[in-house]
Design a binder for this molecule. Structure first.
Ligand code: NAP
Length: 248
């Protein structure tokens, strides 16, 4: 792809936490961004403003990516605004933690539908556009929990392990069209998702991290930006663990 083309990225759940850091890092790289979110418009607008301050165009799109309609709305808005999609970051994710014997079918489905099915629906729409462009980058945010498992997170671990299997499968399907598909597996990152955990749980996790500290959203954003770059064009089907050594 020519260096002069202005690229556009969709970041699902891009309004806060890791997604926000990814949007800002992509904006720093000169990439236009579509910031998807599920309900909190004010923080999504703040993220858009941060991106615009860096000289790129940014739009916010309220859409539930766990549904086909939500994904259609998201991609329609993105194409209307930018006419192309070069990068999809499947970042939107939720937790509904419980030990298996207490884990309801509803909470199992909610997590799988957002974290895994949503990524599939978005990847399918992105792939159609990227195959025609003969260029694309699809990056899904998995988790150390998808690699190692975690008591109390059977639904979440299944969704994140599922993303890894899907990433490798899509990499095989799309490689010949110059579309790379990779996953980033964060360890423990300081965001709203992890802030709610009791201190005793956090201490237990910290003890498992060789580097001895929690990660920041920017640590994940740097890895995503690299995989999204043209320099990473020969990397596909990989899982990049960004976890201070936790998954080793
Ligand atoms: P977060 O702070 O809770 O933010 C979640 C984002 O996803 C928000 O923008 C939220 O939008 C959006 N979202 C949730 N459900 C959605 C849906 N159905 N459709 C569209 N958007 C939706 O989460 P985070 O900690 O930044 O995590 C981001 C990703 O990294 C997730 O996939 C998570 O599983 C993964 N991860 C996180 C950690 C960690 O330690 N934090 C570790 C490993 C992996 P609203 O604000 O509008 O609801």
């Amino acid at each position: 792809m020519s260096e002069s083309i202005q690229q556009a990225a969709i970041v699902t759940g891009g309004s806060r936490g890791i997604g926000r850091a990814i949007c800002i890092a992509l904006a720093d790289a000169g990439i236009n961004v579509v910031i998807n979110y599920a309900g909190n418009a004010a923080v999504a607008e703040e993220t858009a403003q941060e991106c615009k301050n860096r000289g790129v165009s940014a739009i916010t799109v309220l859409a539930d990516i766990s549904t086909e309609q939500g994904c259609s709305d998201l991609f329609d808005a993105a194409i209307k605004e930018f006419g192309r999609i070069d990068i999809l970051v499947n970042n939107a994710g939720i937790t509904r933690d419980n030990l298996m014997m207490r884990l309801s079918e509803e909470d199992f489905d909610a997590v799988i539908n957002t974290n895994l099915k949503g990524a599939f629906l978005c990847a399918k729409k992105a792939a159609r556009i990227m195959m025609k462009q003969r260029y694309g980058r699809i990056i899904s945010i998995s988790s150390v929990v998808g690699v190692r498992g975690n008591a109390g997170q059977a639904n979440y671990a299944a969704s994140k392990a599922g993303l890894i299997g899907m990433t490798k499968s899509l990499a095989k399907e799309l490689g010949s069209r110059n579309v790379t598909v990779n996953a980033v597996a964060p360890g423990f990152i300081d965001t709203d998702m992890t802030r709610v955990l009791p201190d005793s749980v956090k201490e237990g996790i910290l003890a498992q991290i060789p580097m001895g500290n929690f990660g920041k959203p920017q640590d994940i954003a740097s890895a995503v930006c690299y995989l999204a770059s043209q320099q990473a064009g020969y990397i596909t089907g990989q899982v990049l663990c960004v976890d201070g050594g936790m998954a080793m």
